[in-house]
Structures are given as structure tokens and as C-alpha cells.
Design a protein around this ligand. Structure first.
Ligand code: TYM
Length: 337
């Protein structure tokens, strides 16, 4: 995106994703698919949030591979870096700088209430580090640096968006208008894709049971196997209903992919059993992911192209974000260089 474009009245969108292994179907349906669609109508900026990922321990070799894979996978999903600058968070030092500043305008109490912090500190009880705790201030920095109007995320990130708004409001309240207040963009379908093994919990790559989640790079036969094993109920009627979390989830997935409503899907599968339905959902997912997997295989071989794009993305991001950082620091009273 040329710099002049960002001055247009088009709204600004920013979002990011952690490079913690391959992305899941939840990441794709809840976030990435929307990012791709929003590119035409907004000034979009996307990032691989590698700084966020070290709040849990990473193996250096695997981490490095995951970051590059994540970048390539974003492009494979349809992010066009020529249109939507896409960068790697750690390449742009303003993020860590503003995060420190915002930490000083974020309350211990509000961070303590974050559900993700509570969950992760239980899961990683041996490593409840300060970064895990202040994670939302870094995320607020990611968003506020670009004056993002909207942040497309899945439902699980809503609380982090609220705290980003609160931090921005607090700062603006003290120093006058500095940050734009971001709105979450949470689509009505796909915002909460559930585990295939325990459909009362969200699909997450940190689930030890790999049958619970589908990775974007899973082979077709693996995807089919995971869907055939998906937990359902004993009613054996394909319809949305209470106590039918598994089927509700599968109907939701089918609905996002095919664009059909739940009612249409229920009609399509009238008189058919769960076996047929699970196979159909699996096939729809396989077909949706096939072109992404093919593009990924090509992109990941082309390291020069990836490097060219993430460097360009970082240069753009630094230029834009430096202005916001300087503005905020000036207001606080720092002496700018
Ligand atoms: P992350 O990496 O956990 O997830 C990336 C995106 O995927 C969405 N998502 C889901 N959506 C629906 N169903 C699911 N089961 C599911 N699982 C994940 C998430 O809501 C998210 O939109 N903190 C963020 C990354 C981040 C960020 C930011 C996001 C860092 N800086 C600035 C927005 C703006 C995270 O850990 O997402």
C-alpha cells in the first residue's frame, strides 16, 4: 500500500496471529478468511505476532520455522502483501517500545481479569512470566500504533480488544486525543470454532488431542479422519439444537464454508445420518484448504520472495508506527531525538 493511500478516508484494519505451529481451522474461519475479504474495502495491515509467542517457551529451531511458515501461510490464505502490508512483529521495534509505555498506563487489576491469562497461567503453571501477564499491553500497542479503526478477530480476543480500548481511552483522557479507539470485527459465523473432540471448548492448537483440531496443512485423509471421529450426540438428526454442541459446530463450519444458512444445511441433510454429514463437512473443508496448501508449498520454497515481502512490510510498518509512538512520547514529555 503506498503511503499516500493510508491518508485516504478508507478505514484502517489491523490484525495479527501468533506463529505457534500451523494455523487451525478455527484461526482460518474465525479470522484469516475475514482478513482476506476485507482487503479490498479497507487499508489492511497484518502481522505475525512472534513477540507474543514467547510468553510460552519455544524451541529456537522450531520457532524460527514456525515464523516463516506462518508468514507464508498468511499469503497462501490470500493475503496480498502488495495491497496489505504484512510484517513480522519483532522486525518493527516500535511495538515493544509502545508496549512498555502502555504498561505504565495499564492496571494490575484489569490485567488480572483477563481470561486468557488465567487459562494460560494454569496450563503453564511452571512459567507464569510477566510477559504472559502484560500480553494485552503489547497487543494494544500493535493496534494503537496504526490507528486501527477495526480489528478482525475471533470471539476469544474480544476481551483483549476491550482492554486496548480502555488503555487508549485512559491515555487520551490524560493527554488529549492521541490514539484511535479500535472496534472489534467479529463475524457472526465462524467466530468460535469448537473442538471436534469436546465441542464445549474452542478449537485450539494447544489441545494435546490432535483429533480435536484441524491444521490448515493437514493432509486430506487426516482431515477426513478427524471429521469422521468428531464427537456428536445420540439424536442422529442434523439440526441446530440445545445440547447438540458437536452438530452445532459442524453446521457452523459447513455454513461458513458454503455460505449456506443453518436451515439450508438442515434441509440438505434431512433423513441422512451423522456419518454422511461428517463426511460432507470433511470434504468441504478439504476442498477449501486444497488451494491454500498448494500455494503454501510453492511459497515456502521461495524464501527470497518471502524475505522481500516481510522486509517491505516492516519498512512500511515502522514508518507509520514511528509517528504514533513519537506523538505519544512527546505528549508524556519525553525529549525526542
Ligand atoms: P491467535 O494467534 O491465538 O489467533 C489468531 C486469530 O484466530 C482466532 N481464533 C479463532 N477463531 C474462531 N474459532 C477458534 N477456535 C479460534 N482460535 C483462534 C483468534 O481470535 C485470532 O483472531 N493475541 C492474538 C494475536 C494478536 C493480535 C494482535 C490480534 C497479537 N496482536 C493485534 C489482533 C490485533 C492471538 O493470540 O491470536
Amino acid at each position: 500500500m503506498p503511503e499516500t493511500e493510508i491518508k485516504e478516508k478508507k478505514k484502517i484494519i489491523l490484525s495479527a496471529i501468533q506463529p505457534s505451529g500451523t494455523f487451525t481451522l478455527g484461526n482460518y474461519l474465525g479470522a484469516l478468511r475475514n482478513w482476506v475479504r476485507l482487503q479490498d474495502d479497507y487499508n489492511c495491515i497484518f502481522a505475525v505476532a512472534d513477540l507474543h509467542a514467547i510468553t510460552v517457551r519455544q524451541d529456537p529451531k522450531v520457532f524460527k520455522k514456525n515464523i516463516l511458515d506462518a508468514y507464508a501461510l498468511l499469503l497462501a490464505c490470500g493475503i496480498d502483501p502488495e495491497k496489505s502490508p504484512t510484517f513480522i512483529q519483532s522486525h518493527v521495534p516500535t511495538h515493544a517500545q509502545l508496549a512498555w509505555v502502555l504498561n505504565c498506563y495499564t492496571q494490575f487489576g484489569e490485567l488480572s481479569r483477563m481470561t486468557q491469562f488465567k487459562d494460560k497461567s494454569q496450563k503453564h503453571a511452571d512459567n507464569v512470566n510477566a510477559g504472559l501477564f502484560t500480553y494485552p499491553s503489547l497487543m494494544a500497542a500493535d493496534i494503537l500504533l496504526y490507528k486501527a479503526d477495526m480489528v478482525p478477530v475471533g470471539a476469544d480476543q474480544k476481551q483483549h480488544l476491550e482492554i486496548a480500548r480502555n488503555i487508549a481511552e485512559r491515555f487520551n483522557g490524560i493527554y488529549g486525543n492521541t490514539f484511535t479507539l479500535p472496534e472489534p470485527y467479529i463475524a457472526s459465523t465462524g467466530a468460535r470454532v469448537m473442538s471436534l473432540q469436546d465441542p464445549t471448548r474452542k478449537m485450539s492448537k494447544s489441545d494435546e488431542n490432535t483429533n480435536a483440531w484441524v491444521a490448515l496443512l493437514d493432509k486430506p485423509e487426516t482431515i477426513m479422519k478427524k471429521f469422521r471421529r468428531a464427537v456428536t450426540d445420540s439424536e442422529a438428526v442434523v439440526r441446530v439444537g440445545e445440547g447438540k454442541d458437536g452438530i452445532n459446530n459442524l453446521i457452523g463450519i459447513m455454513s461458513v464454508i458454503t455460505g449456506k444458512t443453518s436451515e439450508e444445511i438442515e434441509k440438505d441433510f434431512e433423513g441422512k445420518g451423522y456419518g454422511d454429514f461428517k463426511t460432507a463437512v470433511g470434504e468441504a473443508v478439504v476442498e477449501e484448504l486444497r488451494p491454500i496448501q498448494q500455494r503454501f508449498d510453492e511459497l515456502i520454497k521461495n524464501k527470497d520472495y518471502l524475505e522481500e515481502q516481510y522486509k517491505k512490510g516492516a519498512e512500511f510498518a515502522l514508518r507509520i508506527s514511528q509517528r504514533t509512538l513519537d506523538k505519544a512520547m512527546k505528549k508524556i514529555g519525553f525529549v525526542l531525538r
